[in-house]
Design a protein around this ligand. Structure first.
Ligand code: FAD
Ligand code: NAP
Length: 339
């Protein structure tokens, strides 16, 4: 049974903590309830917003339609073979709690993605990534209900069209499906550790730890806690922009003017630049305008110090984009979903 609520405050349900509300709200806690609810409401032309942990969104106004809060839980082993184990996870499970559960079972593959906020159902949307690993590396398939038909569809890795912090669900399938479960292939032995990301080996060495799935998770959590603002303390949605990937020619022009520009060559010959460095070089790091601003330690994170308005934060983000475009001729692409 799904209860429709009206005029629900969204402030506690997203990590920016903006004081907005939704006209309608429903929590769905099983695939069956979700299908029933969506089939019953196919005729409705009300705008629908899927909500997980609210850690990748900025509200600039009240939501005049329906919010569907994904609470579909469950972690099931669906197959084991050789070194591998396949698990199907409810979209409403918390991502970091899933990582901790897998570590307790001795399952590897997502330890580098420790402490990323949000739900399992949202993880494929931007192909979450951190510390040298992306979801796509362990992703098998997801199940999603199409809002316009109530039919369940399976998307394999290819049909998700994963890219850098990107998938089909951020492009033409945006807002059209409710992701109800995600299936991952993890290792249960002979783990393939990923220690390519500079901060991991440095921190392991500093703490005198041998690389393992548990120690990698530990140092990733330690590094993240030391660098990132905790949304429970200061409202934010993590990185506001993606790191731009530019041509080698464009990079050489920037490097000529800024010889120490940090950069990461990509397999296709292009160059990834840290957006934080671009923003910081334009002078925005730590800039505070009343109750919102750019975080003092991490220029990629815009923050709500309390009581900020989402439209003001959006406007600040646009000023930053204009400033980076003018200085570097780079169009920063927003990572956060704006409503
Ligand atoms: P929400 O914010 O609830 O939703 C995000 C988008 O997905 C919205 O468009 C929403 O409508 C849609 N959506 C949500 N659930 C579903 C569903 N079940 N079906 C269909 N659509 C859905 N991201 C990274 O990639 N790497 C990081 O290291 C990282 N670090 C972060 C650190 C901090 C402090 C914060 C605040 C955020 C960070 N993020 C990071 C961003 C964020 O945590 C991820 O994008 C996460 O996957 C969002 O999950 P969520 O459940 O909170 O999604
Ligand atoms: P960092 O270690 O200070 O590095 C800055 C940027 O340089 C990163 O964004 C990263 O790109 C890139 N980089 C660093 N070392 C790299 C390497 N060996 N190979 C390729 N690229 C490298 O970054 P940070 O801000 O503290 O974040 C650490 C990790 O957590 C990053 O992976 C970041 O994406 C992730 N994170 C994401 C969010 C979010 O909301 N999306 C928020 C916080 C942290 P990549 O971002 O491509 O890895």
């Amino acid at each position: 049974m799904s209860h429709l609520l009206t005029n629900v405050s969204l402030q506690a349900y997203h990590t920016f903590g903006i004081d907005v509300s939704s006209a309608f709200w429903v929590s769905l806690d099983s695939q069956r309830h979700a299908v029933e609810f969506l089939v019953d409401n196919i005729e409705s032309d009300m705008p629908v917003l899927m909500l997980g942990g609210g850690s990748n969104m900025l509200f600039t106004q009240d939501w005049s339609g329906l919010v569907i809060h994904n609470q579909i839980k469950g972690i099931d082993v669906v197959q084991t073979e050789g070194d591998y184990i396949w698990i199907r996870v409810g979209g409403g499970e918390n991502w970091h709690e899933l990582v901790m559960h897998c570590l307790e079972q001795g399952w590897g593959g997502i330890e580098n993605l420790s402490l990323i906020p949000g739900s399992v159902g949202a993880a494929p949307i931007q192909n979450i990534g951190a510390y040298g690993v992306e979801l796509t590396e362990v992703f098998v398939q997801l199940e999603a209900i199409q809002l316009s038909t109530g039919l369940t569809r399976t998307f394999d890795r290819q049909s998700c069209q994963f890219g850098y912090r990107d998938s089909i669900f951020k492009r033409h399938a945006k807002g059209k499906f409710l992701i109800t479960s995600v299936t991952l292939r993890l290792t249960r032995q002979n783990h393939r550790l990923n220690t390519t990301y500079g901060a991991i080996p440095t921190e392991l060495e500093k703490q005198g730890l041998e690389p393992s799935i548990a120690t990698i998770s530990k140092v990733v959590c330690d590094i993240r806690k030391s660098k990132l603002p905790d949304p429970d303390e200061i409202g934010n949605a993590g990185s506001f922009f993606k790191n731009p990937i530019i041509s080698n020619t464009a990079f050489e022009a920037i490097q000529a003017a800024y010889p120490s520009v940090p950069h990461y060559p990509q397999p296709d010959g292009k160059i990834k630049l840290p957006a934080a460095w671009l923003i910081q070089t334009c002078g925005w790091k730590g800039k505070r305008i009343g109750n919102y601003g750019v975080h003092e330690r991490q220029a990629l994170v815009l923050v709500n110090y309390g009581g900020a308005n989402g439209a003001d934060i959006l406007s600040l983000s646009q000023d930053i984009q204009a400033s980076v475009a003018e200085t570097f001729q780079i169009e920063l692409e927003r990572e956060v979903n704006v409503y």
